[in-house]
Design a binder for this molecule. Sequence first.
Ligand code: AMP
Length: 341
Amino acid sequence: MTSIATLGSHCSLQVLKGAKDEGLKTILVCEKKREKLYKRFPFIDELIIVDTFKEVLDKKCQSILEENNAVLIPHGTLVAQMSSEEIESIKTPVFGNKWILRWESDREMKEKLMREAKLPMPKPVTEPKEIEKLVIVKRQGAAGGKGYFMAASEEDYNAKRNQLISQGIISKDETLYIQEYAAGVLAYLTFFYSPLKEELEFFGVDQRHESDIEGLGRIPAEQQMKSNKVPSFNVIGNSPLVLRESLLDEVYKMGENFVEASKRVVSPGMNGPFCIEGVYDENAKFTSFEFSARIVAGSNIYMDGSPYYSLLFNETMSMGKRIAREVKTASESNQIDKITT
Ligand code: AMP
């Protein structure tokens, strides 16, 4: 029988609970320091205790996963803590498309795929001296917004960059990515593409709460002006959002364009969960600054099902359970190759 494995962080509880609900064996690769936490949850059948998550690449861990016929569910922690080469070298079947995770981690590749998918994007700014409007400056990889900053001019950019370097938050030789700041209502749109059904499902929307940019909004302008701290975009948690129904058609179109573009650019395409991240402006026009090519932590809000999934399924369906359902269906019909890489 197939089992479901994942790293103990990010959205692992939801993934393994969903797998258990689907009757699959559940395995958690768990750091020693988190053993006590994860032992609290009875739906986790087996813990593989490691010192660091990189041990998932070791023979010992891989052979346990192989013995259990495991499918590994990738999430943000895998992307943040391992290089693309390391992820690509994982022998255990990875749910979705492990090759597309490189396109998520590398800013230039990311931009290329988003352009291919015709997603409306903020203008990239190639050099600090070209900063004319408010920009956001980002780091490579899934840094979770830590060390990001905003700048309104080249001088402002240099001052903030130097401040963050002196605080040890970013390093001197780090390549930073500059993009025009898009103002509006944050919306992180999560989808699931099933290669078995060849169908796209819209799962739901969430908003990220980021510190301390949000904290800054809670103090009066007078105090804001006196503060010389560079606010960061470190994700702290997520909250739910539903969209005006009139926006849904365009949401599906964006998801479909993304799936089609991924098929052309990085075989076998965008299978499984993914998220298109951006803002709606005052004309309800969406600008997308990011995508995640795997389950996002925002789906943790909907462990009991999302508003949009309750329209598609006559049962409680979390993203974790949806993944497990796909694995189970593929396993029963001998199509695991179709849903993993
Ligand atoms: P990212 O790593 O690209 O997901 O960015 C982290 C956070 O920075 C997002 O959740 C947004 O709050 C913010 N952000 C990123 N890019 C932009 C942008 N171009 N305009 C406005 N906010 C942005």
